[in-house]
Design a protein around this ligand. Sequence first.
Ligand code: NAD
Length: 339
Amino acid sequence: MKAAILGTGSWGTAFGRHLAHKWDQVVMWGIEPSQVDAINQTGTNPDFLGDIPLPPNLRATLDLNDCLENALALFVVVPSQAVRGVMAEVVKSTTFPPGIPVVNLAKGFEVSTLQRISEVITDELEQAGRLADHPVGVLLGPSHAEEVALEQPTAVVLSGRPDFNWEPLQNNISGPFFRVYINEDLPGVEIASGFKNIIALAVGMTDGLGTGDNTRGTLMTRGMVELARIGCALGGRQETFFGLAGIGDMITTCISRHSRNRNFGEAVTTSEKNPQEILAESIQVVEGVFMTQAALKLGQKLGVELPVTKQVHDVLFSGKPPRLAMRELMERQLRTELD
Ligand SMILES: NC(=O)c1ccc[n+]([C@@H]2O[C@H](COP(=O)([O-])OP(=O)(O)OC[C@H]3O[C@@H](n4cnc5c(N)ncnc54)[C@H](O)[C@@H]3O)[C@@H](O)[C@H]2O)c1
């Protein structure tokens, strides 16, 4: 049993390491020769996972055909804005096995089209005339790579095309430290996972300003209301936003020292540099920044108010001081909680 993974970053490697307990062979495809060589030669991924050892049945390759050949499932773990380009190459590959499930693990939307990432994958398969062939799904939820790589108990959600039986894959991905639930609300799961990074940026910004737990709790709760509001307008189910991909991932991302979105938000308020300069220095993708742009456009298109997202966007892209953004949120017109 062979699994193919696109991406040799933190999550691709940690997830591949987990799969290697159960699958005979796991092959990750990457574009950075230094990352691929380090994984194969040292049995670690020093850029992203320090010295955590990787098993011998997990390897990396620069050759996409090699990665895909004879795979029984394909997992897409590159940054969300790169998925379309990568899938365009996958569908051209002569070794892409017909019929295998294609599962997205990236969290975000494509900014240029405002599509969910599973929709981007679906588009590329459809254009190549291969959509009928491949079930498309997502595997998302509170799953920091650093903790999965250390085998700390984690639970996530598998969601996908409703006419496909996802249970065999659920079984083949689950393990003693990694529990997989199925949720049939694909849009809700994907929307929740993308949007919560915006709230993590906001929490990081207020952490950087020195505010405390009252502020964190307020941002997470009102952020979840905002997320559910746009998520339902986009076709997600309310209950999903209170599940693992929703509130579960929101809490994890907003309180964790591993969260690059929270950490980036904090750096924005504590660093002398501007947000774009800080971003340029990060070797890891900060999905919330792209998601803020996509969310604001979606909110405008659907007529849904997104006050936290708007303030985060203005801090990141219009030079608004974070303290002013926080004050404007606090001084919005007073209202009832449950509307
Ligand atoms: N890190 C986590 O804990 C975690 C957990 C769950 C989901 N995710 C999601 O998984 C996705 C990947 O995150 P990550 O943490 O692995 O990112 P990362 O920054 O650690 O690694 C990104 C990887 O993608 C590769 N890459 C970048 N541009 C590419 C391109 N155009 N084509 C091919 N490869 C490219 C990089 O070389 C690198 O190997 C993101 O959407 C993230 O939100 C991450």
